[in-house]
Design a protein around this ligand. Structure first.
Ligand code: XMP
Length: 507
């Protein structure tokens, strides 16, 4: 319904998320590669950009088919672009305008600013400023420092704003997007988890027909929601494979497998722990460990998938952030495509076609869709867990004994978080087994045993993260429990590093 043309702003995905929160479907496309079905979109939003309209690397969108023909909202760079190339003037501002500001003037007889009063807080992030509006520009709002904070082009449904409505600090940002999309562009608010399930089920049935589909379940949210959605569409023709790589959490394989069976999924659990551990013997380099785990997974998955006669599709839990073609900023205005495959490298002779039912939705929407499908809230609220599992949390070489120790430690930590109501306040938590021994005393004896590091972070997408200020009493309780209950550990430390510069995992 709504097209967002991306000029490389760090906030482009946020615009899409805000629009989706209004129950409106939208897609992000690079400004220089608009979609072929442009005619089907009801409104267009131009994103911000780190570039300047005055510099050498001006990003020139092709607005011929859009401007004046469809309702258009130009944000930040978009607003400056319109001004600069349509008879106005853009200049470097004297001070870098960054952070909170308040609208000092608002033309609220305009539907664009309905329910938004002067004084409303907005978020600015720009170093150029619009000195003069373009031809037929009508001023709609100002702040103390930015006179031309919002304008429209008279005679068109073309609106432009210097601030960022998508950023949380713009208090009425969502109202503004709603005013533009619903009141001005007349877009229907019909995109809900239920409608997504309904249309996706129909789309899968059309795409796959009566063919057989194979899917690798990981215990994570994305693959689980993808599986339940496919199961709703094609029932027993969906064959799920859940591999135990021996690096899962304590009792995870059995309990998650039972949950999957309880949901009615046609799932085969394959315990390949020995095979993975054998492939890992003697490996200490993190990338070599990842490769060994990845390759073993493909071998095991292939062997299982090959046994399903007549299977012709591979389903994956790929989500929208992995798919979006974003404008790469540093490499110039060329489009780069990030792609990610949870399961790759199937043998050629299988020639599987790919079905990705979640490829157009964000993580928070995956959870909402999961809830709409009736998936257990506990399963949907699980912390992210890396594919290579405990394999990259055991620093150095991996042995069955080390896996046992770390599983026990992790269980004490995670259960403790749950018992104290902290689990849902943390984005991801886990324990790392360090490749050093340290001296301790237990009773009258000296010990020389393992050190574990606990890690708990807050994040929205794992790209950046802050360590969580867990209560001292909690850390004390968990530390005592680990040292008393887990044989082989005599020291517990808590990781207080943020990402960047540290990463979430230690390897
Ligand atoms: P880092 O350690 O890069 O982690 O800060 C960011 C997020 O990615 C997860 N992670 C992985 N996930 N395979 C995965 O499937 C991996 O090799 C891998 N390494 C890190 C990590 O758990 C965190 O959520």
């Amino acid at each position: 319904q709504v097209l967002i043309l991306d000029f490389g702003s760090q906030y482009t995905q946020l615009i899409a998320r805000r629009v989706r929160e209004l129950n409106i479907y939208c897609e992000i496309h690079p400004y220089n590669h608009p979609p072929k079905n442009l005619g089907e979109f009801k409104a267009v939003i131009l994103s911000g950009s780190p570039n300047s309209v005055r510099g050498e690397n001006v990003l020139h969108p092709d607005l011929l088919e859009i401007r004046g023909k469809k309702p258009m909202l130009a944000v930040c760079y978009g607003a400056q672009y319109l001004a600069h190339f349509a008879g106005g003037e853009v200049a470097a501002s004297n001070t870098r305008e960054y952070g909170r500001a308040n609208l000092s003037f608002v033309l609220n007889k305009e539907p664009f600013f309905e329910n938004i009063a002067a004084g409303s807080q907005v978020w600015m992030s720009h170093s150029d400023t619009i000195k003069e509006l373009p031809t037929h520009g009508l001023l709609l709002a100002s702040t103390k420092d930015v006179e031309n904070a919002a304008y429209k082009i008279e005679g068109e449904d073309t609106y432009a704003i210097q601030f960022h409505p998508e950023v949380y600090h713009s208090k009425d940002g969502k109202q503004l997007l709603e005013n533009f999309l619903v009141k001005i562009a007349g877009v229907a608010q019909t995109w809900t988890p239920d409608s997504f399930v309904e249309s996706t089920v129909a789309a899968i049935q059309k795409q796959v027909g009566s063919d057989k589909v194979v899917l690798g379940l990981s215990g994570g949210v994305d693959s689980t929601v993808a599986a339940v959605l496919l199961h709703k569409a094609i029932g027993k023709n969906l064959y799920c494979i859940f591999v135990n790589n021996g690096l899962l959490r304590k009792n995870e394989f059995e309990s998650v497998l039972a949950q999957y069976e309880g949901m009615g999924l046609n799932v085969k659990g394959v315990d390949a722990s020995e095979r993975f551990l054998t492939a890992l013997v003697g490996l200490t380099d993190p990338e070599k460990k990842r490769k060994a785990i990845g390759n073993s997974f493909i071998e095991v998955f292939d062997a299982e998938a090959t046994q399903i006669t007549g299977v012709s599709w591979l389903a994956q839990g790929t989500i929208y952030p992995d798919v979006i073609e974003s404008v790469s900023v540093n490499g110039g205005p060329s489009a780069t495509i990030k792609s990610h495959h949870n399961v790759g490298g199937l043998p050629d002779y299988m020639k599987l076609k790919i079905v990705e039912p979640l490829r157009m939705i964000f993580k928070d929407e995956v959870r909402r869709v999961g809830a709409s499908l009736g998936i257990d809230a506990e399963l949907l609220g699980r912390h992210p867990f890396p594919g290579p599992g405990l394999g990259i949390r055991i620093l150095g070489d991996i042995t069955a004994e080390k896996v046992r120790i770390l599983q026990e430690v992790d269980a004490v930590f995670i259960n403790g978080l749950k018992e104290d109501g902290l689990y849902d306040k943390v984005w991801q938590a886990g324990a790392m087994l360090l490749p050093v021994n340290s001296v301790g005393v237990m009773g009258d004896e000296r010990t020389y045993e393992k050190v574990v590091a606990l890690r708990a972070v807050e994040s929205t997408d794992g790209m950046t993260a802050d360590w969580v200020n867990l209560p001292y009493e909690f850390l004390q309780k968990v530390s005592n429990k680990i040292i008393n209950q887990v044989k082989g550990v005599n020291r517990v430390v808590y990781d207080i590093s943020s990402k960047p510069p540290a990463t979430i995992e230690w390897e």
